[in-house]
Ligand binder design. Structure first.
Ligand code: COA
Length: 339
């Protein structure tokens, strides 16, 4: 007869205990962008809401930015590196297929022997990571989880491509998630739509870049991101508003209960459209970090949360809806209490 297995049991609830961010030093304004593409400051501001973004310098690597963000998150959470037992890094711009960047980040931070792995869930990555952390803590697989969203999208952006050059940017955001006596992370509503995988893609595989061949103009192959912006815009504005409403329903939170709204920072007009579709009250604080940060994919939500907390626009303990969506297509949203 088979023995009855012990199963792990964890905390009743989990909570985001601290967030931290890292913004690269170099500020790239729209005046610089329009030296690369045929556009204007006015078009970029009115169509996307972006006035400037950050592009990483050589020393601001995926690992360096992640560690800087993570140290701030751990300090604010009051959690020592040695207490972190799980590190999840969401990124699509760690340019080595293996090993995962999470293992060296864990090691260099001092989270020795932590379970560590990368996930590829594009702009939904921080919310995917938060959902996993919540589950791991409640099953007992983990106690303190470090979730990092980090991108150097400038490495994969063709700065002469009119549809992406002004949008994508670099940065890192991190959160420490740990046990809680009271509910502070609601159920995740997540999913994917692979039928629309071709809307945001890396235009060629690394194998093409490595074969030494060149484009007609003599430039060596280097993959870059391509986006069919308009269908993505419509999908994000309408379908994602429904997902956000489902996440609020799942948590038992009505629009009038919500205090803060932090959607993935993809486009200011998408944020406005979602706000309207969700019928959120005018007093809800809305993250508009895209104006100075651009679209940093997996990093955008923790960076935006940090900005709201640092500016005093939002406060610890407030009820916030977070939702990420992007290449895949993938999406995930949940209601949380702010750290
Ligand atoms: N500068 C100036 N004009 C531009 C331009 C640029 N960089 N890019 C496109 N245009 C022009 C087009 O040629 C078109 O001109 P036309 O009307 O004369 O034909 C016009 O602007 C509208 O183009 P369109 O692609 O329909 O613009 P849009 O309103 O959809 O805005 C985006 C473009 C990219 C800002 C928008 O589609 C978007 O934000 N999409 C979602 C992006 C996103 O969220 N991506 C990541 C998901 S994680």
């Amino acid at each position: 007869m088979n023995p009855t297995l012990n199963v792990s049991r964890g905390a009743k609830y989990s909570r985001m205990l601290g967030v931290g961010g890292y913004r690269p030093r170099r500020v790239v304004d729209n005046a610089e962008i329009i030296t690369y593409i045929d556009s204007s400051d006015e078009w970029i501001r009115t169509r996307s809401g972006i006035t400037e973004r950050r592009w990483a310098s050589d020393d601001e690597t995926v690992s360096m930015m992640s560690q800087a963000a993570a140290r701030k998150a751990m300090e604010r959470a009051g959690v020592e590196p040695g207490q972190i037992d799980t590190v999840i890094v969401s990124t699509v711009t760690h340019l080595h297929q293996t090993p995962a960047i999470a293992t060296t980040i864990a090691s260099e931070l001092g989270a020795k022997n932590a379970a560590a792995f990368d996930i590829s869930a594009a702009c939904a990555g921080f919310c995917y990571g938060t959902a996993m952390a919540d589950s791991f803590i409640r099953t007992g697989a983990s106690k303190y989880v470090l979730v990092i969203g980090v991108e150097r999208l400038s490495d994969l952006t063709d700065k002469h491509d009119r549809s992406t050059a002004f949008i994508f940017a670099d940065g890192a955001g991190a959160a420490v998630i740990g046990p809680s006596d009271t509910p502070a992370i609601g159920p995740v509503v997540w999913g994917s739509d692979g039928d629309q995988a071709d809307l945001i893609v890396q235009n060629e595989p690394w194998t093409t870049a490595m074969d030494g061949s060149a484009h007609d103009d003599g430039e060596p192959h280097w993959p870059s991101l391509r986006m069919n912006g308009n269908p993505v815009f419509k999908w994000a504005s309408y379908t994602m508003a429904k997902t956000a409403a489902e996440a609020m329903d799942a948590a038992g939170v009505r629009p009038e209960d919500l205090e803060v709204f932090v959607p993935h920072q993809a486009n200011m007009r998408i944020t406005d459209a979602m706000f309207k579709a969700l019928k959120l009250p005018a007093g809800v604080v809305v993250a508009r970090d895209i104006a100075r940060t651009g679209n940093t994919s997996a990093a955008s939500i923790p960076l935006a949360i940090e900005a709201l907390l640092e500016s005093g626009e939002a406060h610890s303990g407030q009820t916030a809806l977070i939702i990420g969506f992007g290449a895949g297509l993938v999406y995930a949203g949940q209601v949380i209490l702010l750290p």
